[in-house]
Design a protein around this ligand. Structure first.
Ligand code: ZN
Length: 379
C-alpha cells in the first residue's frame, strides 16, 4: 500500500518573501524566480529544459487546468492574487512558514503583509548579517556596536522571531574561526571605513564579522533560538566548496556552542555530510529545501540518504520558496511526493512498519519544526 501524505500539514521551516508584483511577471521574469542563474541567455535558452521546471509546469498545469508555460503566465496574470496564493498553499497543506526576510527586501512585500496575504501563521528568521550591516552604520566605536548589535537581534516586531539565520557561506565561507575580542576591537576602524565606502554595505570575512557572528550564536543559545545556516547550493555569489557543513567543525565541537541548535539549510550536494553531522551532535539539524526543489527527479534518493545517515528527528522540511507562490507550492509538493516514495521503499524493505513510516512523516513535515522552534498557535 502506498503511503499518502497529501493531507499532512507541512511547516515550511525555510522560505523567503513574495515579490511585490509577482503576478505581472513575463516568462523570463517567472523563470528567473525559479532559477539560481542570473544569466538571461541561460534563462532563455537552457532553463526551460530543466527537468524540475518542466515538472513544475506540468504539475501546475494540472492544478489550474492550463497547459504549458505561456498559458500559465496568462492564467496567473488574470487570477485574483490572494486567492491564487492561498489556493496553492492549501493544495499542499502548508500550515505555517518561517520567513527569512533579509533578502532583496526592497522588491519584496513586507513580512506582516506576507502573513496577511497567505492567511496562516508566519514566524521570522532574523538574518544576522542584515542586523550587523545596519548597526555598524549607526555607531562609532566597538563597544557601541557590540551592544547595539545584540539589542537589534533582540528587537521583536509584529512577527515573532523564532530563529537567527546566517549567510556566512556567501560572505567568506563556513570555516569560521574562534576570534578573540581583542582581534575584533583591532579590526573595528578598518571594517567600518571599508563598509562605509559602499552605499549598500556588505560585511565579508574579517575578525569583526566572525566575532559578532559568534556573539550572535551565544545570544541564540541564551534565548533558545536555533541558528539556521545557509549551506550547499545557492547562487554564484558563494563558493560552493566552502559552503560544506563540514567546514563548521570547529564551531560544532566547541563546548561554548554545545547548546546552540544549528540547522543546516539546503545541504546539496552535501546531504550525506549534513546527515553525518546531525548523527554526531545533538544540537545539529538539517533541512533539504532548495536541494529537493531544484533536483526533484532525485528527491527520493536524497531523502533516503538523509534518513540513512541521521535519525528522522533531525530532519526538517522547507521549500526555500520566494518571489512567486509556485515555488513554495512546488517545494512542498516535491517533499510530499518524494517522502512518500522513500517511505514506501523503507516499508517494502522492512525497515519501517506503516505506523512507523507515518510517524516519520509527521515528524519531518511538522512536528520537528514545531518542537525545535517552539511554534505556537498550531493545531
Ligand atoms: Zn533560502
Amino acid at each position: 500500500m502506498a503511503i499518502d501524505l497529501s493531507k499532512y500539514i507541512f511547516i515550511d521551516q525555510h522560505a523567503h518573501l513574495l515579490l511585490k508584483r509577482q503576478q505581472e511577471l513575463d516568462a523570463i521574469g517567472f523563470r528567473k524566480c525559479l532559477s539560481e542563474s542570473r544569466s538571461i541567455s541561460f534563462l532563455q535558452d537552457h532553463f526551460p529544459q530543466s527537468l524540475f521546471y518542466q515538472d513544475l509546469l506540468s504539475q501546475c498545469g494540472e492544478l489550474w487546468g492550463v497547459e504549458g508555460e505561456e498559458s500559465l503566465i496568462e492564467y496567473r496574470v488574470k487570477a485574483q492574487p490572494t486567492d491564487y496564493i492561498r489556493e496553492m498553499l492549501d493544495d499542499v497543506s502548508i500550515g505555517g512558514l518561517i520567513i527569512d526576510d533579509g533578502f532583496s527586501s526592497d522588491e519584496m512585500i513586507e513580512i506582516g503583509e506576507f502573513a496577511q496575504i497567505t492567511g496562516r501563521p508566519v514566524w521570522r528568521a532574523c538574518r544576522i548579517e542584515s542586523v550587523l550591516e545596519s548597526t555598524i552604520k549607526q555607531v562609532n566605536s566597538f563597544p557601541e556596536l557590540a551592544s547595539l548589535f545584540i539589542e537589534s537581534l533582540a528587537h521583536q516586531g509584529r512577527i515573532k522571531t523564532v530563529a537567527l539565520k546566517t549567510i556566512a557561506a556567501y560572505r567568506g565561507g563556513l570555516d569560521l574561526s574562534l576570534v578573540t575580542k581583542e582581534q575584533a576591537i583591532n579590526d573595528f576602524d578598518q571594517a567600518k571605513s571599508t563598509l562605509m565606502q559602499s552605499q549598500h554595505p556588505r560585511i565579508t570575512r574579517r575578525p569583526l564579522y566572525d566575532y559578532l557572528l559568534l556573539q550572535a550564536f551565544d545570544f541564540a543559545q541564551a534565548n533558545n533560538l536555533p541558528v539556521q545556516i545557509h549551506s550547499g547550493i545557492g547562487d554564484d555569489d558563494q563558493d560552493l566548496r566552502s559552503s560544506n557543513p563540514l567546514c563548521m567543525r570547529e564551531i560544532l565541537r566547541a563546548q561554548r556552542f554545545s547548546s546552540t541548535n544549528f540547522v543546516f539549510l539546503h545541504c546539496y550536494p552535501y546531504v550525506a555530510e549534513a546527515a553525518h553531522l546531525a548523527s554526531l551532535y545533538p544540537h545539529v539539524y538539517f533541512d533539504l529545501s532548495l536541494a529537493l526543489t531544484q533536483n526533484s527527479p532525485i528527491a527520493k534518493e536524497m531523502i533516503l540518504t538523509a534518513l540513512s545517515g541521521a535519525p528522522a528527528s533531525k530532519l526538517l522540511a522547507g521549500t526555500d520558496g520566494h518571489s512567486v507562490p509556485e515555488s513554495y507550492w512546488y517545494g512542498a509538493l516535491t517533499w510530499k511526493r518524494a517522502l512518500a516514495a522513500a517511505l514506501d521503499t523503507l516499508i517494502e524493505s522492512n525497515f519501517l512498519t506503516i505506523k512507523q513510516a507515518e510517524d516519520t512523516a509527521s515528524s519531518i513535515l511538522f512536528a520537528n519544526a514545531k518542537e525545535l522552534y517552539g511554534l505556537e498557535g498550531l493545531f
